[in-house]
Design a protein around this ligand. Structure first.
Ligand code: HPA
Length: 270
């Protein structure tokens, strides 16, 4: 099934040999506007590919170029809170592996657990805490892609992070490193949960990314993860309630910086 999906994608998007794939988080669909020689297919047309249903997510796979770099973009991801089996996320990542992807750039929207990390800013993920209670590798191990018990202590590639930090410094984009904690959702957290996550050493909280990262680590794809901080976590600074509207507005604020950062990163990557 994985090979069939990959073959369909390679053929219908006329892929040469893309090395980099980008997963776009909530409200970041604008990323694809600057790509050249674009080709688009819908998830629903790909054999054995799951569908995405959340507002602000499109469900499209896009081939495009940044300079002379061919990249693949997933516009619309599969959240566990939608009821997908975690294994489906692993399958999506194995399809990328089958296509030949070596580096995966993952973006997401996240709530801040630190007053100094304000909405509209960007956080480079240096590590994560899986508090979702789920894991995409549960079930029979797919030995074609990785071992039963993978070590994932260096999954957020230090080389890619350093390159990204250098570009941020040069282009004067503020970028702080931090720890991302995943909750299952779909409700936003209680103030007590936010206070606890901060004590645990997490800096941002969100409802995605960790399953993709675990699956990428399993099949040896390097990961660069960036969170767009869209809001303060519940109870952190004010009585306002987090909402999906606030998340989309916060993403719009930081989208330009994130797009500039990633375009430069991809152009210079070799
Ligand atoms: N909590 C969880 N997920 C999120 C948040 C949040 O505050 N903001 C954006 N995604």
């Amino acid at each position: 099934m994985i090979k069939q999906s990959a073959e369909y994608i390679i053929k219908s998007l006329q892929l040469h040999k893309p090395q980099i794939a980008v997963i776009l988080g909530s409200g970041l669909g604008q990323f694809v506007e600057g790509l050249t020689k674009k080709k688009v297919i819908k998830y629903k047309d790909i054999p054995h590919f799951p569908q995405s249903s959340v507002e602000g997510h499109k469900g499209e796979l896009i081939r495009g170029f940044i300079g002379n770099k061919e990249i693949l973009c997933l516009n619309g991801r599969f959240h566990l809170y939608e009821g997908y089996e975690p294994e489906i996320i692993a399958r999506t990542i194995y399809i990328l592996k089958e296509i030949g992807i070596k580096q995966l750039i993952i973006t997401n929207a996240a709530g801040s657990l630190r007053k100094a990390l304000s909405p509209g800013s960007l956080m480079l993920i240096k590590d994560h805490i899986n508090f979702s209670g789920k894991n995409p590798l549960v079930g029979r191990n797919n030995d074609d892609y990785g071992p039963r018990f993978p070590a994932i202590n260096n999954v957020y590639s230090s080389k890619m992070r350093q390159q990204c930090l250098n570009i941020a410094r040069r282009t004067k984009i503020k970028l702080k490193q931090g720890v991302y904690l995943m909750v299952l959702g779909p409700n936003f957290e209680t103030p007590a949960e936010i206070a606890m996550f901060a004590k645990w050493g997490a800096d941002a909280v969100g409802m995605s990314t960790v399953p993709e990262v675990i699956a990428a680590a399993h099949c040896s794809i390097d990961v660069l993860g960036i969170s767009v901080i869209t809001n303060y976590g519940s109870g952190l600074v004010h009585n306002q309630m987090p909402s999906h509207e606030e998340t989309l507005a916060g993403a719009a604020l930081a989208a330009n910086n994130l797009i500039k950062l990633l375009y430069t990163f991809i152009k210079e990557e070799n």
